[in-house]
Design a protein around this ligand. Sequence first.
Ligand SMILES: *Cc1c(COP(=O)(O)O)cnc(C)c1O
Length: 368
Amino acid sequence: MTIPFLDLHAPYRELREEFDSAYHRVMESGWYILGLEVEAFEAEFAAYCDAKHCIGVGNGLDALHLILRAMDIGPGDEVIVPSNTYIATWLAVTYAGATPVPVEPDERTYNIDPTKIDQAITPKTKVIMVVHLYGQPADMDPINALARKHGLKVIEDCAQAHGALYKGRKVGGLGDAAGFSFYPGKNLGAIGDGGAVTTNDPKLAERIQVLRNYGSKIKYQNQVIGYNSRLDELQAALLRVKLTKLNEWNERRRLVAAQYMQELSGQRNLTLPYVPEWAEPVWHLFVVRHAQRDALQKALAEAGIGTMIHYPIAPHLQPAYADLDLSVGDFPLSERMAEEVLSLPIGPHLAESGCSSVITAMQKVSFT
Ligand SMILES: *Cc1c(COP(=O)(O)O)cnc(C)c1O
């Protein structure tokens, strides 16, 4: 590919010396699990998210799962989830023993539609789990109001939205708790797996701290059946380096998105992302829609442009969720998105010339 979908090596080229010194600091410390680096990263990331607490965990899926466990969500409980998210959102609910109840997105923002949540609430509903999909914040005010009215908790899946703003406020502190992923391709990515929970609730924070470390606060004393899901020292040290760049890198993503928006507007049969005036997205992905998506993807590949599909199969149609007895036609918007969405290259290291090549190739595709 001339223009890869994402260049994961580029951050290393930019920050080699800082990464190397972080690596040496950890190696020389002789302390590799739950030490000063994790503690420092947790404080720095909580501050970044304007949240009171941050707990580093093994990955994003664990972050969401541990939040549900800490809230005592389990068998017999229902959790409202978007019908068009990455499967991890649903898996966290399933891990906890609860049932995911899908709700369709707003057709323009692709985030869960607050006006459709009400009809999915039953006496078993305990939580609304929102996803700030593709880096754009969900419409939190009506969702929080609905949750208050029905006595529900709100969890944010922030895996794609590090630094995004909703009405000027950072995601990660807008509900009862939030789960972040530091999978390498995310806006804030580790050199391996990593994740974190942020929350303003000190009791919940303490429960998650205990759950991530074998259910233990004092070594070899186990209060609850816990897990082994800890962010490790090396990843924390490397994430601290990248966190200093997150705002700048998100800003560069915004420039790419602005260029796409400007140059691709008016292209026939192409739907560009829609950004409500209260949202400041961080463009984890730049997702367009096209009725002939597969042909478009093929034409771009022939022009040397790497693209991806997020996501090709809606969770309710995955064999893994056959037990839920949901079928084709149950969530038509999500099903149509699976057929039409295409993610164009975007990232902090996609040079302006790379962006222009994508635009030129898009403008050349003849079937549009
Ligand atoms: C990446 C992602 C996750 C899971 O994160 P991992 O660190 O891979 O476990 C959860 N939800 C969404 C929306 C994601 O994009």
